[in-house]
Structures are given as structure tokens and as C-alpha cells.
Write a protein of this length. Structure first.
Length: 142
């Protein structure tokens, strides 16, 4: 399946800054992960999720992430980042972020992250909260 922006419910745009490039004259790999992080936080906000990392309640913790770099972006450009949930298990969910180059009208990178519900008060992971499941279903239309 070809990834297109219409597959994503959360879409954010981020300008490529000249300083985002590395010595190879393309956007540094870390910048793609920052864009994915920012889109992921927008997803959490749409869920109404508490991202304060307080000692009360359950919040998200990043279990792992990966990124496949497909096309080197450069300045000037705009990154268009789509975020969506692609899998849910009993103790985590997985977000996929696709990063597109607006200038070149093509995909530049795909990142996937494992998001674990974590009780910051008890310092342990917990099962997926029902409100999270309900909000993901609303966002994804399932």
C-alpha cells in the first residue's frame, strides 16, 4: 500500500530550517525524529491525553522508535507529517508518522513508535486505559 496523506487523521507542517541540515547538506536524521515527536504530541493532545508526566494518573512513555529514511530533504522545504495509530495491544499502541517533502511532493521518511501507558505515580506500565482506546477509535474513525 502506498502511503498518502489522506490515510492520516493528524497532519502537521514544519518548515525546514537551513540549520536542520548536516555536513552532507541534507536534513539531519534527528530532525525527522523531532518532527515525528511533534506530530505524536499533537495526536496525544487530540486524544485529550495528559502529557504532564505528573505523579497522578496515567501518561504515555515512548517504548521504542524506528525511522526509515527514504528521500533526503534539504533547505528550503516544508515537512508535512501525518500521524496515525496502526496497531493496539493490551499494553501499548503503535503510531506511524509519514514525513513528506512538500517541495518534492514525495515521502521522505517513515517512523513508527511504541507508546506505553505508564503510571508515573506507581512507576510501572499499565494496561491500555479505556479512555485512550475510545479516543483513538474516534480519531481513526473505527
Amino acid at each position: 500500500m502506498k502511503l498518502t496523506l489522506d490515510l492520516f487523521k493528524i497532519i502537521e507542517k514544519y518548515p525546514v530550517h537551513w540549520g536542520d541540515m548536516d555536513s552532507a547538506n541534507h536534513v539531519n536524521n534527528l530532525v525527522y525524529l523531532r518532527w515525528a515527536e511533534s506530530a505524536r504530541i499533537k495526536y496525544f493532545e487530540k486524544m485529550g491525553m495528559d502529557t504532564s508526566f505528573s505523579s497522578v494518573g496515567t501518561g504515555p512513555i515512548l517504548g521504542w522508535q524506528e525511522c526509515k529514511y527514504i528521500f533526503p530533504m534539504t533547505y528550503p522545504d516544508t515537512a508535512i507529517v501525518g500521524a496515525r495509530t496502526v496497531e493496539i495491544t493490551e499494553d501499548r499502541f503503535f503510531i506511524e508518522c509519514a514525513i513528506f517533502s512538500e517541495r518534492h511532493n514525495r515521502i521522505a521518511a517513515i517512523s513508527k513508535q511504541s507508546i506505553i501507558p505508564y503510571s508515573y505515580g506507581e512507576l510501572k506500565k499499565v494496561e491500555m486505559p479505556d479512555p485512550w482506546l475510545e479516543e483513538i477509535a474516534k480519531i481513526e474513525g473505527s
